[in-house]
Ligand binder design. Structure first.
Ligand code: HEC
Length: 160
């Protein structure tokens, strides 16, 4: 193969790869974007809740500053309207391998919204508790910790 041919085939290979990735991006749909957004949100909830598990297990030392930091992060997340990403057509039954959200969410939207509301109230209650010192915060943290399972158990599948 001449140098020119090698260069040409490299250019062709590059173009094929570039067109391929544009095509893959074109496969983003309102449904796939909604799933990614709510999963990203849940990752943030998980990350900002991490220090709470440490405190509840006694592995992390309590301080008023830490309590305030946790409370402000979770309060902000609780006020963000994540419900908008639970659009129709985005259950595990319809998007297997992409989401763990069970069809039960859409069959029982009232129950799901209640579980979301319970979680959000427990998260915003941390803000007042953080101003009340260690005992108040630890009590609120315990209640907050129970609200994840209140939604995951009925509405989230074990795997994708
Ligand atoms: C009102 C319901 C609800 C509440 C409350 C809730 N979750 Fe979730 N969570 C879900 C659903 C539904 C999914 C699956 C989302 C998907 O796959 O589309 C999920 C997924 C997750 C994930 C995996 C994200 C990913 O895809 O990588 C984490 C981590 C998580 N939740 C953490 C938490 C923690 C921690 C709490 C409590 C402090 C909590 N969640 C409270 C409904 C909830």
């Amino acid at each position: 193969m001449s140098k020119k041919m090698i260069l040409m085939s490299a250019v062709v290979a590059f173009l094929v790869a570039a067109v391929g990735s544009v095509f893959a991006a074109g496969h983003e749909t309102p449904e796939s974007k909604a799933v990614e957004a709510r999963q990203g949100y849940m990752k943030l909830v998980g990350a900002s809740s991490g220090p709470i598990w440490g405190l509840l297990k006694g592995e992390t030392e309590y301080s008023d500053d830490l309590a305030k930091k946790i409370a402000s992060e979770l309060g902000a997340l609780a006020r963000y309207p994540v419900g908008q990403f639970f659009i129709k057509g985005t259950s595990k039954s319809e998007m297997a391998g992409k989401t763990r959200a069970l069809m039960k969410i859409w069959e029982d939207m009232g129950g799901f919204e209640k579980a979301l509301g319970d979680w959000a109230s427990a998260a915003t209650a941390l803000e007042a508790a953080a101003a009340g010192g260690k005992d108040a915060f630890m009590a609120a943290a315990g209640k907050y910790g129970d609200t994840c399972g209140g939604c995951h158990k009925p509405y989230r599948a074990k795997d994708l």
